[in-house]
Write a protein that binds this ligand. Structure first.
Ligand code: BGC
Length: 747
């Protein structure tokens, strides 16, 4: 169907719909949260969309639409931020933060195409992904879902995700699914890193830092966008017409439909105290520009009654219905190809092709943070390697939040039904092949005694209990059976090297799990010290959803690797780096603070007069954005760029640099381009990231890299909320860890 036919068909359907049918059409409810009886009632009412359902349950529902008056198919939505991870049989990729360490948009796109195939085969059509919140306050629980702290990197990777899910340009026939970038807008900037609290920023900063990644996904053609939970300067995003209409549609040109986050409409009343009742909340959400209402059953009666009383214009509901119907038609949900009539075979779930790509991708996501005296790669002539720590053999920590362990309802008794390689599995595999004695020292610090001191029987996902638990996490008096460490030391006896796998898990990161303390839990820190005191060669491997404050480990470990929820191949990727089968090529998309009191430590801050120092902390973060070691050594030389650039020119600025691999190991350098506006009428960041390329160099090889910088990227937003390109001196930085610098004049 062409666009005209789609519009005509959508209008024709709309003209046949009653008001209650229209209101039901713009609603989305959760399968797991409504009773069987209510499911039938909602089907009868003609609900437009359901979330968190899959496979034969989805199929059954879709089949039931054939019995409704207008036979309008449902859209099924699912959280799919690291592959189709709510299905235990599917491919689980690294989390967003993990994917971002690869600085590889092409791989991100491929991973999302795979995710799209897998959700499609489960009869689904919409993925609530990518996540475009910036991970600048690392106390926030959801940092794992982001692409880190930088707007440029986030926008580039998110656009790649949209192409992967939907297709490049047109919706891919058969396996294209609706991408739903979220959480619009500036979620993650909440006061104190507390999830969904007020975001105290100005509209200028919104435009400068938080809207640009959304502009990129809109330009990539995303069909939907999800509103965030919080307030910006006191206005709930759900109620913010400037955000949802002026900025989103008029300025950024979005044409798809806006979906609220979970019960955002209800929250206007019961959490944000913005609406006195549901009728007001329903009217507010629609008038502000939300099209699909997620998980607010009360919206149905309220919206109908507001239209009937003349307080809400039915034409606004019509617009929303049309936007949703148009997407259903574009995806051919009414046709035969799609999952409405799909034969669910589940033959592509975690199939060989998907696993292979995932493994290759995951190997690009292990960051080497330290390698003192070339401790790594490990020799294959080792006699014995010991693997210790809570995340050594812990798949749920590798998977993290938004997987079948945590959603739709938390259940840690579930088991992965496909390949899953823990760090221990990976190390053991290589050790066995090489006749190295490998031992796993089970982490036997009793989890629940350590964590749930006040409520030992609490469910691990019981949020209230976790709050109390965290006090115990850092309490030196927490009962740690010294036998745990005695046993560990006995296991490590005679080991040439000990790999201590530390970190967090889905009870310590994820939605509603913000942290006020980013230190390692006491028992883990103690374990590292005990190993060091015993004189072991210590390799630390972090498996977390976010940066932690690991100053002691940085100073004392012989080597340190880090992965952010690396998924099913975390173990083979880490082991590959340890033994040198993989030359690490990941870089940090997020900075690590020295101490939680230093947060935020994102690199692109606006300069301050005293240089960002605390009297009791070093100025620099522990590790900064873009950092990561390799077994190769790269040298940059011969930076070439024009001395003058005309501000009216339509051409991009062409920057060339030579990169040499000065080592005898082939490797990948992640070439990074930054600029600084040296003087501007609004203070701008000390450095802004504007380009990246992974480049493979054989040992001793030199290549010339060309990077193009669009002149428009040099603009900033002024106080009239307009982009301004100010003439003057700009500085270019290019490199990978070490940077060459050169100025040019914008004239
Ligand atoms: C989260 C969203 C998610 C939605 C549906 C919300 O709590 O904020 O990211 O897509 O639930 O599961």
């Amino acid at each position: 169907m062409d666009q005209q036919q789609i519009n005509d068909k959508a209008n024709e359907l709309l003209s046949q719909m009653t008001l209650p049918e229209k209101v039901a059409q713009i609603m989305q409810l959760s399968y797991a949260h409504i009773s069987e009886e209510d499911k039938l009632m909602w089907m009868d009412r003609g609900i437009g969309s359901v979330l968190h359902v899959m496979g034969s349950d989805a199929q059954r529902f879709q089949d039931m639409t054939m019995g409704t008056r207008l036979k309008i198919p449902l859209i099924f939505g699912i959280d799919c931020v690291r592959g189709h991870a709510m299905n235990p049989a599917a491919t689980v990729f690294p989390c967003g933060l993990g994917m971002a360490t690869s600085f590889n948009a092409e791989m991100v796109e491929k991973a999302c195409e795979i995710a799209a195939r897998e959700v499609t085969e489960d009869a689904l059509h919409m993925v609530f992904s990518p996540v475009l919140c910036l991970g600048r306050d690392t106390r926030w629980g959801r940092v794992d879902e982001t692409f880190g702290e930088d707007p440029y990197l986030s926008g580039e990777l998110a656009a790649a995700m949209v192409r992967g899910y939907q297709g490049d340009g047109e919706m891919r026939e058969d396996t294209g699914v609706i991408a739903c970038p979220k959480h619009y807008l500036a979620h993650g900037e909440s006061t104190g890193g507390r999830d969904s609290y007020d975001v105290p920023i100005t509209n200028r900063k919104v435009l400068e830092f938080f809207a640009p990644p959304f502009k990129k996904v809109i330009d990539a053609g995303c069909k939907s966008i999800m509103t965030a939970y919080h307030t910006i300067d006191g206005i709930p995003c759900t109620a913010n017409k400037w955000v949802l209409k002026d900025l989103l549609r008029d300025i950024m040109g979005f044409e798809g439909f806006v979906i609220t986050d979970w019960d955002n409409t209800g929250r206007l009343m019961w959490q944000q105290f913005y609406s006195p009742d549901m009728r007001h909340a329903a009217k507010t959400a629609i008038e502000a520009g939300n099209d699909m209402i997620m998980s607010t059953p009360g919206f149905y009666e309220a919206a109908i009654s507001m239209v009937e009383s003349g307080e809400l214009d039915e034409a606004l509901i019509d617009e929303s219905v049309l936007r949703i119907l148009r997407v259903k038609l574009e995806m051919d949900l009414f046709g035969e190809r799609r999952s409405a009539f799909h034969d669910i075979k589940n033959s592509v779930l975690a199939c060989e092709e998907h696993l292979q790509l995932n493994e290759e991708f995951t190997k690009q996501t292990v960051v080497m943070l330290e390698n003192k005296n070339n401790t790594l790669p490990l020799s294959r002539d080792l006699k014995k390697i010991a693997v210790v720590g809570p995340n050594a053999h812990n798949i749920s920590s590798q998977y993290g939040d938004w997987t079948f362990y945590t959603h739709p309802l938390p259940d840690f008794t579930k088991v992965p039904e496909s390949v899953n390689i823990s760090i221990w599995d990976g190390i053991k595999g290589i050790a066995e092949e090489n006749g190295i004695d490998a031992i796993l020292s089970e982490w036997n610090v009793p989890k629940h005694e350590t964590r749930h001191t006040h409520n030992p029987n609490a469910h691990p996902m019981d949020i209230q209990s976790i709050h109390r638990t965290n006090e115990a996490l850092y309490d030196e008096n927490t009962v740690i059976d010294s036998l745990c460490f005695d046993k560990m030391l006995r296991d490590c006896e005679g080991a040439d090297v000990v790999v201590a796998v530390i970190g967090d898990d889905p009870t310590l990161n994820g939605e509603e799990r913000d942290r006020g303390n980013l230190d390692l839990p006491y028992a883990q820190q103690k374990m590292l010290k005990v190993l060091k005191e015993a004189g072991h060669k210590l390799i630390v491997a972090g498996v977390t959803g976010k940066p932690l404050t690991v100053r002691w480990a940085k100073e004392n470990a012989d080597a340190m690797l880090w992965t952010f929820c690396p998924g099913m191949f975390g173990g083979s990727a880490v082991a590959g780096v340890l033994f040198g089968d993989v030359n690490p090529s990941a870089r940090l998309p997020i900075s690590f603070p020295q101490h939680v009191g230093q947060v935020p430590v994102y690199y692109n801050q606006i300069p301050g007069w005293h240089g960002g120092k605390y009297i009791d902390l070093p100025k620099e973060p522990l590790y900064t954005f873009g950092y990561g070691l390799s077994y190769s050594e790269f040298e940059f030389s011969n930076l070439r760029l024009p001395e003058q650039v005309n501000a009216d020119s339509k051409d991009d600025i062409c920057i060339n640099v030579d990169v040499t691999n000065r080592s005898d190991v082939d490797g990948v350098s992640v070439v990074q381009l930054y600029f600084r506006d040296m003087v501007s009428s609004i203070s701008t960041p000390v450095k802004q990231f504007k380009g990246f390329k992974r480049i493979f160099l054989k040992a001793g090889e030199t290549k010339t890299m060309e990077m193009m910088l669009p002149i428009g990227e040099l603009a900033f937003i002024d106080h009239d909320l307009k982009p301004v390109l100010e003439k003057g001196t700009f500085r270019i930085f290019i490199g990978d860890g070490q940077y060459l610098e050169k100025d040019f004049q914008l004239v």
